[in-house]
Write a protein that binds this ligand. Sequence first.
Ligand SMILES: Nc1nc2c(c(=O)[nH]1)N[C@H]1C(S)=C(S)[C@@H](COP(=O)(O)OP(=O)(O)OC[C@H]3O[C@@H](n4cnc5c(=O)[nH]c(N)nc54)[C@H](O)[C@@H]3O)O[C@H]1N2
Ligand SMILES: Nc1nc2c(c(=O)[nH]1)N[C@H]1C(S)=C(S)[C@@H](COP(=O)(O)OP(=O)(O)OC[C@H]3O[C@@H](n4cnc5c(=O)[nH]c(N)nc54)[C@H](O)[C@@H]3O)O[C@H]1N2
Ligand SMILES: [Mo]
Length: 865
Amino acid sequence: MTKFFDKINEMTISRRNFIKASTAAAASLSLVGCGNTLTTTNAGQAANEEGTWITAACWHNCGGRCLNKALVVDGVVVRQKTDDTHPDSPDYPQQRGCARGRSQRQQIFGADRLRYPMKRKNWNPGDGGKRELRGKDEWVRISWEEALDHVAAELKRVKETYGNKAILAKSTGPALNAYGGAMTYWGCTSDGAWPKPQQFMNGGRSRGSNDRLDLRNSKLIVLWGANPVWSSGGNPAYNFKQAKEAGAKFIIVDPLYNDTAQLLADQWIPVRPGTDTALLLGMAHYMITNNLHDQEFLDKYCVGFDAEHMPEGADPKENFKDYVLGTYDGTPKTPEWASEHCGTDPDLIRSFAHEVAVTKPMTFTSSSAAARTSVGEQFCQAFLTVGWMTGNVGKPGASVCSNNRHNTQSYGGPALVKAGGAGGKSPANPVYKEPTFPGPDPFKTDWHGMVIDEAWDAVINGEYTAGVRGKQPCDIRMIWNIGSGNVLNQNTDIMKGIEAFRKVEFVVTSAHFLTATAQYADIVLPATTEWERLGGFLTGNPEMIIFYSQITQPMFEAKDDDWMYAEIGKRLGLDPADFDPLSPEQKLFNMVAGCTVMKEDGSGYEKLVTITAEDIAALGVKGTPQEGRISYQEFKEQGVYQVPRSPGDQYTYIDYQDFIEDPEKNPLGTESGKFQIHSQGLADTINAYGWNTLAPIPKYQYVTEGYEETFANFEKKEKSGYPLQLTTIHYARRSHSTLDNISWLREAFQNRLYIHPADAAARGIAKNDIVKISSRHGQVIRPVYITERIMPGTLTLGQGAWAEVDDETGICKAGATNVLNGGLPTGQGVQAYNTCNVQVEKYDSKLETDYLWPKRIVAAQGGNK
Ligand SMILES: Nc1nc2c(c(=O)[nH]1)N[C@H]1C(S)=C(S)[C@@H](COP(=O)(O)OP(=O)(O)OC[C@H]3O[C@@H](n4cnc5c(=O)[nH]c(N)nc54)[C@H](O)[C@@H]3O)O[C@H]1N2
Ligand SMILES: Nc1nc2c(c(=O)[nH]1)N[C@H]1C(S)=C(S)[C@@H](COP(=O)(O)OP(=O)(O)OC[C@H]3O[C@@H](n4cnc5c(=O)[nH]c(N)nc54)[C@H](O)[C@@H]3O)O[C@H]1N2
Ligand SMILES: [Mo]
């Protein structure tokens, strides 16, 4: 260690280099292990000979599954690099990290890591003591013994006094489940409104698309509300670029001329947030009246398009074509009608519809952002229907793919390589046995849990909605956030969340940093990151899996969440062997041994890893030797297995090909076995959740905080006090709230409000001004980025900033978007993050740029705050 420190001590810091090159190779490194603080740069070269490159987890939920390697010298990480395991090519690309992944050392070794367990100074067991001080109290360092004793005692007290339903937890964890479980909250956070329309309309093929190599056969690719350059880490944007180079034209439909449009777009179709349904209906009207739709396809593969092809028992008048033409309601859904809602020029709607209808083969793909809106299900219905009207299904270069985002965007087809399961049994939550994602069946009557958007309200007001049972009473006394993410920051309605946190008797959080969810707790438990744990797998990209290893010892007193569960369980008289029987070593071994890879002829799967009796003995686990493609040692050293690809290989996948070739023999998992443009089941299900109604065919209805609600009176065009529409999108600077504390990233990617010049001018707002953004739910301040890249009347702000709410003014200076997003329950339990009405005004105070803000280092831990 000393030798290493000697070598790097003379080197100088170079943050600028990072900002310029967006690479960590020549950048500074802050080491805060073992109580030392040390800043260095360019250490890699010298240390190279004596260090080891280890595959490090980049486990954040950004969608990327990129290869990160850390050069470890005497237990210290001196450099990071990315995939160089094979030469890069478009067919067989490397999995290269981005600016976020390359900054990870700043996260793991950050000076603001939580170091020791802490309690709030004015906290009292039993009643919570001065609950109003949550979020602004001082912290007191305590021992693990004391912290775990308190958590177990509070859990016991609340359970024995009020019952398990008085505990609220996003992720209950095995110990809490074994102790009787808790109320939980559920929702379609990521997928928006997609799951139910997919289930009922196309038989539940989530995110179906053709193989990425087949994209190169498309003549036209429509990306609807998708920004892979920012929000699909890894290679999706690169895969699309190959299609462009092969000749595909790209059209982007989005309120924002986003960075993906800058890379790929031949044309931008601007549309107001939450009004895509109107745009799609206007397109359908043009296609029908010009006879450009594929009638043969609709007749053979779909039900519900016209009166002659309705599902059994449906009212023939309730068909899509007559709704579009206005046969019964007297309103033809013309491009002019559409434009009044969606803001897209009627001529542009016509030319876009024409191009989509006549260009074959076409890929018609939507992400989830347009479905992350109030009554987003209507968009899903309309998108699939217009896609099917073009007949682009089941053929090379042709697909209609929904919910296509994250690590599977552009990657259709089955996984070519898979990790095994950890094994062991984990008890279910006795209070709520349904899935928290996408949520419970609304017709079932045995679940207890609230939709995310009602959770804070339920704590405050004692009531939640339970599907066909309607409103149910509840009495929450404790909020449990062990291993739960950053719920206070990331759920809708932070202001109500703060009120809810301040109401209950006890709040416990395990975390890496003093996130909002930790800041407003009574007891905070420092958790390890994946770099400090034994190792694991990252999956999602169907062509590869990452097998990462431990990089460093736990920082300070940080512990694994599993260890916390076991220790709390013991204090409650439970035996951890009953709820978490396997050692971390055994679980990891099971995952390795269970890895499978598709056979070279595509006919099924075979074992990936060869494991010898010596390997098993050396690992000290139970297992049997097996034959696979690569040795355990090789797999561990490489840390990745990627299946090489080339055009025309045996893995090429065309979605729905079987159904298109023989619909009788290969029916879909829908009620009729065909694509259902009309689905009564879908409408009944959405209605049963109890928040709004939905028609069985795509229809346009006005939605909560949609465009029409920016008016006090839409017919008279009188604006309301919240005349603008805000989208809160996934931002390149961070993965949700994760990595938002990294100064390098803060400087490289500013957190600004995108606003159109006309909206800025109307409010006297100039370049770099600070503005206050207000919604019906809260207020934030931010600098502006004035640009014609955003549609007039609409704004965007990246979601995930670390909330900094001033208790006096109620203003969040960080611009955490969930201060603005209210809890507006809708549809199947969708978080409507992209339908939010706001006002913007010039704000006259100064606001220092946030990369210069002090880190959240807690005084009780030897810090400066
Ligand atoms: N860097 C980064 N990447 C991420 C994440 C992250 O936090 N950071 N999060 C990951 C996760 S968990 C998820 S779920 C995905 C989400 O990924 P997506 O579902 O693709 O969502 P976004 O990236 O928010 O938005 C994509 C585009 O949709 C546009 N949009 C917003 N509202 C509407 C609308 O009403 N109509 C239309 N037509 N377009 C609209 C936005 O302007 C944006 O250009 O991202 C993943 N990737
Ligand atoms: N306004 C608005 N809000 C949104 C969205 C939006 O589009 N707009 N998008 C939503 C979407 S799609 C998603 S998926 C959610 C994501 O919301 P979250 O799942 O809350 O995601 P993160 O903000 O990344 O928070 C993860 C936290 O867990 C911590 N963590 C990571 N690993 C561990 C661990 O092993 N143990 C412990 N104890 N902690 C750990 C990280 O340090 C971080 O603080 O946000 C949603 N919120
Ligand atoms: Mo997500």
